[in-house]
Write a protein that binds this ligand. Sequence first.
Ligand code: FAD
Length: 383
Amino acid sequence: MGMSTAYYLTLQGKRVLILEAGIFGAGASGACDDMILFQSKKPGINLELAFESLELYHALNVDLKHDLGFENYGGMVLIKDQKELEIMEEFVQQQRMYGLDVVMLDEKEMRKRQPHISSRFIASTYSPMDAQIDPFHVMYGFFHVAKNLGLEYRKKTPVVGIEKQGNGDFRITTQSGEVFEATQVVNAAGTWAGEIAAMVGENVPITPKRGQIIITEKIPMVGETNLWSAEYLVSKLRPEVKTEISEEHKALGLGFAFTRSFGGNYLIGSTREYAGFDTRTTMEGVNAIVKQAVSYIPLLKDIHFIRAIAGLRPSTPDGKMILGEHPDVPGFYTASGHEGDGISLAPITGKLLSDMMCGAPSDSRLEELSPVRFAVVKGEQVQ
Ligand SMILES: Cc1cc2nc3c(=O)[nH]c(=O)nc-3n(C[C@H](O)[C@H](O)[C@H](O)COP(=O)(O)OP(=O)(O)OC[C@H]3O[C@@H](n4cnc5c(N)ncnc54)[C@H](O)[C@@H]3O)c2cc1C
């Protein structure tokens, strides 16, 4: 979010400095899958902005003069029983009404596109729109163009204090004691955005949701599309429906995602765990991912995996990002809380925020994303 916002701000002639606590891609954006995924999104603002973000990605693929690893294999959500089928049929219907190109496939059609999946699946969805992009290449693409336009970037520079001064400007202090002054500040600290907001007395309720994934060696394409399983989606959309997810998988928040990355390695995941700010992978998580993957696509038992990684998804209480200015602290903006959608939504987030910061007319659609919804009033939190 920081790099995207910086890019769009420098395009509009702003002087921008990024203060990064770690190294390039130190947060979730450097430890995630690579999907511009539509099928997982409920009809509403997230899906609407994802469509706009895809348009921006098409433009960025040219404007950034850098190969972003854009691919468009499409995606299928695998369904294993009648209960999941009914829920997914209804969900697909809603998504179609919202303009998503997605259909249901019966077992025969599903196996035509994905001959290697196990016999436990009875149907699937299919959308040709699900696409992907390489997050590192996107960050580098933004960085190089913005740098030529004057972006300054400091790595290993954690921000430890922000103070609003009498003249309205901000005084930002880093861990090494350096001090910077700015008229506007963007809090794009992902999972750590709550800590940054607290520096100016604001409430940004972000909870880290750890996601572990494994990465395979380079292998030929498995079937025609990327894959997910419906069970996680169903438990997220309809928590009241009893699913057959085991207690262990529930605790790990295990959901199946199988995507071919830029370069030919597969990313297989993932967990959704509440593990605080711990970014380590675990034996339990990796074992569960491997076991599930082999039972869903048996040919994977002969494939080697080369790495496991974990990142922290920044999640909010209502599942929507927090985007906009904090009215009690004029000039202070937050762009965080994208949970598992930040790669899809990065360009549109940066574009909308930079427009806001440069005085564009307000966009009423964005009111539901405003930090105002979590503002603390007289010691009481609104939500
Ligand atoms: C396993 C996994 C799979 C995912 N798959 C997908 C996917 O397929 N598609 C998708 O759209 N999204 C996906 N996501 C979600 C996506 O990765 C996140 O939503 C997105 O990366 C969040 O970006 P961000 O810029 O808000 O946060 P981050 O990338 O975490 O960046 C925040 C930055 O702030 C820095 N920082 C923190 N504190 C300070 C401080 N005090 N001072 C200075 N800097 C600080 C951090 O070092 C970090 O670099 C996935 C996430 C995970 C974990």
